[in-house]
Design a protein around this ligand. Structure first.
Ligand code: ATP
Ligand code: MG
Length: 117
């Protein structure tokens, strides 16, 4: 998947360590998979954040059906399909920041950030 390569490059440029690079690539892969599986496809924005800390922020947006119960979707092991139900919950654990915004009938936006230490 092309997202993995682009995210890896951005993570290296932002001086994330190897472990954090891999966490970010894994998270990106999970969320990108969700936008394809459930969101009818979408777009991803890769942003280099340079504030008090430096890092990478990824924003995944789709115009799919949305998530009716966000709390449930974030529960370990809950899936509406045949997945393992670990994509969102696992991603939240791997990242420094995690935001999920979703409206039924409008779509879903997931924003994740990993800081370099
Ligand atoms: N972009 C999205 N649009 C609509 N629903 C979504 C989206 N992303 C996740 N969901 C819903 O949230 C549920 C949980 O997602 P999560 O990624 O945690 O698990 P999964 O995709 O079902 O399984 P896994 O990722 O472990 O293979 C999904 O089963 C789906 O119902
Ligand atoms: Mg998933």
């Amino acid at each position: 998947m092309i997202v993995r390569t682009a995210v890896r490059k951005a993570a290296i440029a932002a001086k994330l360590g190897l472990v954090d690079q891999t966490k970010l690539v894994t998270a990106a892969s999970e969320i990108a998979r969700n936008t394809l599986d459930y969101g009818k496809g979408g777009q991803v924005t890769i942003e280099r954040v340079q504030a008090a800390k430096a890092g990478i922020r990824l924003k995944f947006e789709d115009n799919g059906p949305g998530i009716p119960n966000i709390e449930l979707a974030l529960t370990d092991g809950w899936t509406s399909g045949s997945g393992m139900g670990l994509g969102l919950s696992g991603t939240r654990r791997l990242m420094d920041e995690f935001h999920l915004d979703s409206r039924p009938g409008e779509g879903t936006t997931v924003t994740i950030t990993k800081w370099s230490r």
